[in-house]
Design a protein. Structure first.
Length: 392
């Protein structure tokens, strides 16, 4: 096998070859498409160094490690050169990772890691965030890094709820209680009775852009109401998502759903459709219509639409927000790996991570013990109106 680093020009001009390899990867996701990653790089490249490893054998492309080197400062003190997956910044997409032709996972992963080690003087840490935990590439990556190359590896995991879609929306709804089904149908009836109600899907790139502009505003309004940061937090982020529309819409990979009340868009949902999967990326609705559950109505309509399109999954992506589990019937994990190069800086950083993790376990154990003790006290026989053991 031969490996080399791609130049920026080679990367930006490799769309067909890149996506062809992605089609041969069992773990492919929309966030690994050339359109998604090249748009991200053109938007956020400043201050970063491209570091894409290309692996070939006898002229056949077998693997790509889409990486870049970032300069990071931790705890305001330690400066580290970090190898990260393309796409990782405040946008934080899921299901990133190496792109490897199915059947070559172990060999290509080993070649990529060895290539990275041959450049270890140029980086301190490798941070591979939000990769699909597939028991193939990721398992072999961890094993090779630890057992064969003797590197320190820190592992974190996160949950991604999803819906395994049936053949009809009615069958999906049959999984809910009768009361829940009634309430969902009632939401739409109330909206139709109270307003000139319209649910729609952007039919052109121009319409998608217009709907997205409304989404940015609605999401910001909702974020302010909830006193939290917006996912569309900067001009760069807004520019990135706007630039993606023509790149993905013409291929049927990007969808924008909306609900209009009296002719105005008051709720939007932004998603991708790729490889039989619906990726629910972001949504927003006018807080003035809180009592009408516009967010739930838009989500329900998007689920109905994804079933009618013949998709197999509706993926909520990373996050264990309670509303996702009201709809989801499945769950998968992503894995994040932090790998040190063996130097003092990376060793110190990994020690700090380990210490914080141990402290977190101690705190969580203490809280659990306290809760258990409180529960035991409340279950004890009571006397004179007070639980036994409490000071009167």
């Amino acid at each position: 096998m031969l490996s080399k680093l791609l130049t920026e020009e080679e990367f930006l001009s490799s769309r067909e070859e890149w996506n062809s390899l992605l089609d041969a990867d069992a773990n492919r996701s929309v966030f690994l498409t050339h359109e998604w990653l090249s748009t991200w790089w053109r938007t956020f490249a400043e201050g970063k160094r491209l570091f894409i490893v290309n692996v070939q054998h006898e002229g056949q492309l077998l693997g790509l490690a889409p990486l870049f080197i970032d300069q990071c400062v931790y705890s305001g003190l330690v400066k580290l050169r970090v190898l990260r997956l393309l796409g990782m910044n405040e946008i934080e997409p899921d299901y990133l990772g190496f792109i490897i032709r199915t059947g070559y996972e172990g060999e290509v992963t080993r070649e990529i890691l060895q290539h990275l080690l041959s450049h270890r003087a140029e980086w301190d840490l490798i941070q591979l965030d939000n990769m699909l935990d597939s028991n193939s590439t990721d398992a072999s990556l961890t094993q090779i890094a630890r057992s064969e190359l003797g590197l320190s590896v820190h592992v974190d995991r996160a949950k991604c709820p999803f819906i395994k879609l049936p053949e009809s929306f009615e069958k999906y709804l049959s999984g809910f209680s009768r009361k829940h089904r009634y309430n969902l149908n009632r939401l739409v009836k109330i909206l139709k009775k109270s307003f000139d109600y319209e649910f729609g899907i952007a039919a052109s790139a121009t319409e998608a852009k217009e709907a997205m502009r409304t989404l940015f505003v609605l999401h910001e309004q909702r974020a302010q109401q909830m006193r939290r940061g917006s996912a569309f937090c900067s001009k760069q982020v807004l520019s990135f998502h706007t630039e993606l529309i023509p790149a993905l819409f013409s291929q049927g990979l990007l969808e924008v759903f909306y609900v209009k009340l009296n002719g105005r868009i008051e709720s939007c949902l932004y998603a991708y459709a790729y490889n039989g999967r619906f990726y629910f990326y972001q949504s927003g609705f006018n807080p003035a219509y809180d009592k009408y559950s516009l967010g739930s109505v838009t989500l329900m309509e998007a689920i109905r639409s994804s079933i009618e399109e013949g998709l197999q999954e509706f993926d909520f992506l990373k996050g264990q927000e309670s509303y996702k589990y009201l709809w989801a019937n499945g769950e998968r994990e992503t894995i994040s790996l932090t790998i040190g190069n063996g130097g003092l800086r990376s060793w110190s950083y990994l020690k700090v991570i380990k210490m914080r993790r141990l402290m977190g376990k101690v705190v969580r154990s203490g809280k659990a013990l306290y809760a258990k003790r409180r529960g035991a006290i409340e279950l004890l026989p009571r006397r004179d109106g007070h639980p036994a053991g409490e000071i009167e």
